[in-house]
Design a protein around this ligand. Sequence first.
Ligand code: CMC
Length: 448
Amino acid sequence: MQPCCRDGVNHNDLRAMANKKFELKDPSSGKTSELLVRSGTIGPDVVDIGSLTKDHGVFTFDPGFMATASTESKITYIDGDQGVLLYRGYPIEQLAAQSSFIEVAYLLNNGELPNPKRLADFSVSIQRHTMINESLLRMYNGFHYDAHPMAMVSAIVASMSAFYHDSMDINNPRHREIFMHRIIAKLPTIAAAAYKRSVGQPFIYPRNDFDYCSNLLHMYYAVPCEPYHVDPLAAQALDLLLILHADHEQNASTSTVRLAGSTGANPYAAISAGVSALWGPAHGGANEAVLEMLEEIGNVDNIPKFLVQVKDKQSHVRLMGFGHRVYKNFDPRAKIIRDMCYRVLAKMGRTDNPLLELAQRLEEIALKDDYFISRKLYPNVDFYSGIIYSALGIPRSMFTVMFAIARTAGWVAHWQEMISDPAYKIGRPRQLYTGAVKRDYVPIGKRG
Ligand code: CMC
């Protein structure tokens, strides 16, 4: 086989062998080699292609990672066909019903559920790391009043690296642990400061005597001129939303954190890269886009017209909050969020919410429509989350920030898992080059 031949992959014959090896045969040279098949604890096997380039001079080609496991991981498992999501082996339904976000953050990062003392110590440590440096706070004034909060959050998170030189040795496990505590503790403060900047109100300092979500809501809604009482139901609903969003294996933002972190970049820079990747409407930005979509549809009578647009490929309109790369069945998080939506709105006496009604009808109609059935498109985590965030008074531009607060727990867990693996390498994908072949530079005077 020629090194880097353009069509080498197409000529190859890849077939499973009974002894859990793949035999790879290049018909042009007749050369064969065996690729090891690796099995995880659950889930599909993977073919280890590490030796492919060395043995055959070809790369694999898989834009969008449709069939590629980018890493080995022990953190989160998804079975997209069955609609299963496990954090460290624990079903999301059980965690949602019985755990707390802080306990889930501990679990994701430490691998096991904490005993009471460990949980208490972890909670206290998170509660005591909530303040951010005053110079960081002043940076918010540099943003225009209508800056998107995600822009502020990603910039401030990256800037944190300028303040913690004492604990940024990525090879030191204690430094990594301090980082984990700091970033989980400070994300709500960073988010709240972005919110206050966008509404022109004074920043409210964190309250270390409050639990994670009560503190978050207090920083959002309290003002210096009067007392503010956090609604325990709102704090509880928010805690559940954070649990559901805390991790989702190798999604785009988590993979971004891993890739940025694989260069040895400081962890604040890696998490900031994750925040930026999350922002897109195909990923965490979908919760904001769902509400925009519902408002655009306006009322139930307009659903059929809207769905005609969705099915027209030329329109580039998508049913936001529907579809998922991995789930080809109900997203288990969407089911929990939908139930929670009813409960939260009922307890708040707001069951006559027209957006909820519209979302329900839209879901019902889409789930009976052949376009969505044949493509296995179901509601995902973002379909109902925006409605709950709205009911909690969180403005639309902050929805993706809420997602970022939750996902930080997962991002750090993945970053730690990668860095603590002695065999980790810089992530460096290759490409199928389709540009110009080598040619000589033409001086400007000789160009037509
Ligand atoms: N509305 C209409 N058609 C869709 C949708 C949708 N929401 N999602 C997928 N499709 C169609 C798509 O047009 C394609 O059709 P065809 O085979 O005829 O070309 C087929 O379904 C497969 O779609 P895909 O884009 O190839 O699938 P993907 O795995 O690359 O994309 C996705 C997954 C989540 C980006 C996509 O489903 C989507 O854009 N959904 C809307 C945005 C959204 O809700 N994102 C949140 C995802 S969950 C939370 C998170 O990850 O942060």
